[in-house]
Design a protein around this ligand. Structure first.
Ligand SMILES: O=C(CO)[C@H](O)[C@H](O)COP(=O)(O)O
Length: 293
């Protein structure tokens, strides 16, 4: 098929390559002229046959909203926009409704696979109508992992169903990473066990905690046993917060994922502010020593 692809960063650039390797024609647009195939969004749309299919792969929030707004002006009835970024699921209903005013279809698609997706394929979770999804199906088939029936799922007709599924995936990702990290801290800080990287490596086969995240951690620990080169600071780009927000909205207990989100917030503090108050109270009721700077 012929497809427009907006956003040619780490994810979009590799997806363009994987689509091309599968024989599809991709017209890629990026604000960075060094990677872009065309000079503008309008030039990209001009090169596409009708009905045009455009896959948006830009950061969530304003960049995605404004790109979809511009595409609404450029596209026509029967065309399709796919949002493959990590958009908040609540944005999808708004984007779908806005595009529908011109008869333009919309599919939201959670994409997972990171920088390894070029070779391994991407897990794709999509929401929207089957009729709209049919227009982008050849690209879905090329992007998903080969030789498996898994990796491509229709999460439902509601706009946002795909991004909701991807959001929960990322929430689980937070908690899994936190669990590995806490286990590693205990092993690394005590002297009970020698050769901690190889202990982690021994868990990669046969055990119930084997996973790709574990594989990635083993690679890092083998290169830098105590992770001395890495500061203990972790950012977040929204997915964990939205997962916890949705859990609160639906009164779903989420102790592990919410704790892993808050652990990231703790990592951003130079000093633990709340612990100042704990220390002050301990000192007050028990005369316990206060540590000063
Ligand atoms: O979708 C992903 C992995 O599945 C992204 O890497 C995601 O952005 C990671 O989330 P965060 O930046 O909040 O850790």
């Amino acid at each position: 098929m012929e497809i427009g692809l907006v956003g040619l960063g780490k994810m979009g650039g590799n997806m363009r390559e994987r689509l091309r390797r599968a024989g599809h024609t991709v017209v890629g647009y990026d604000r960075n002229p060094e990677v872009s195939d065309v000079e503008s969004l309008a030039a990209m749309v001009d090169k596409l046959p009708s009905p045009a299919v455009v896959w948006v792969m830009v950061p969530a929030g304003d960049p995605t909203r404004s790109t979809i707004g511009e595409l609404k002006e450029l596209l026509a009835e029967g065309d399709l926009v796919v949002d493959g970024g990590n958009s908040k699921y609540t944005d999808d209903a708004l984007n779908a409704a806005s595009l529908a005013e011109k008869g333009i279809g919309f599919v939201d698609c959670g994409v997972s696979g990171g920088v390894w997706g070029l070779e391994n394929g991407y897990a794709l979770m999509y929401g929207g109508s089957e009729q709209d999804a049919a227009k982008v199906m050849p690209a879905f088939e090329a992007l998903k992992p080969a030789d498996t029936p898994d990796g491509l799922v229709h999460c439902g007709p509601k706009p946002g169903a795909g991004h909701f599924a991807k959001m929960v995936h990322n929430g689980i990702e937070y908690a899994m990473m936190q669990a590995y990290a806490e286990g590693w801290e205990l092993l690394d800080k005590t002297e009970m066990v020698e050769n901690v990287p190889e202990v982690f490596a021994s868990w990669r086969t046969g055990t119930v905690v084997r996973s790709w995240l574990l594989d990635l951690l083993v690679d890092q620990l083998r290169a830098d046993e105590h992770l001395d080169a890495i500061k203990g600071y972790a950012d977040d780009s929204g997915e964990g917060r939205w997962t916890v927000e949705a859990a609160i909205e639906h009164a779903v207990p989420m102790p592990a994922i919410s704790a892993s989100l808050f652990a990231r917030f703790v990592s951003r503090q130079e000093d633990d502010h709340a612990m100042k108050a704990i220390s002050a109270m301990r000192n007050g009721f028990g005369g316990h020593a206060i540590k000063k700077d």
